[in-house]
Ligand binder design. Sequence first.
Ligand code: SF4
Length: 219
Amino acid sequence: MVRPAEPDRDCPRCPRLVEFRESWRAKKPDWQNAPVPSFGEPSARLLIVGLAPGLHGANRTGRPFTGDYAGDLLYQTLIDFGFARGTYAARPDDGLELVDARITNAVRCVPPENKPTGPEITACRPFLVATMAEMPNLAAIVALGRIAHDTLMGTLGWKKSAHPFGHGAVHAGPNGSAAVFDSYHCSRYNTNTGVLTPAMFRAVFAKVRAHLDGPPRPR
Ligand code: SF4
């Protein structure tokens, strides 16, 4: 059976996440409290892969990285590098559009304390596989954080030992497949502690832009 790229709203595959989701549906019936769908067109060349929806961010608003701190840095950076246009206002109806880019999460349902388990990552992987499979122009993938990177390596069938996670690392794909660009996750914790600065984050997207656009042409 070919699994669709978007899980059903009541996807039952992760009992712990289903229970967490249900508890928040009861507390906040106007929130998403369901798998958060990918944002952006399948025709995009760039896919950004996060870990999982934030409780008060995407799990509340229904759009990846929307409504919590991580989105502020991510969307401004995407706008600056031409991967988004409009104004990011932390709401799914802010009119922001992605340009040649798409955003998804390795795990589609919010996990307690932002920490999905290994079996939950494995359970949700078919949706990531299907998401990538429906992107015919995919040429670059940004992995936000080590877990997203490791999940991608498993999804792509690449050995983690040959492609270790490292901020700023670029992993070239075999036979012209999409390259993977690693970045520390743009979480509030990482930026508050100086693990990731806006300049470090921008440097990753500068590499992505150069990869997609090719070397500058002589005048
Ligand atoms: S995390 Fe993924 S596999 Fe698990 S219940 Fe949610 S949508 Fe289903």
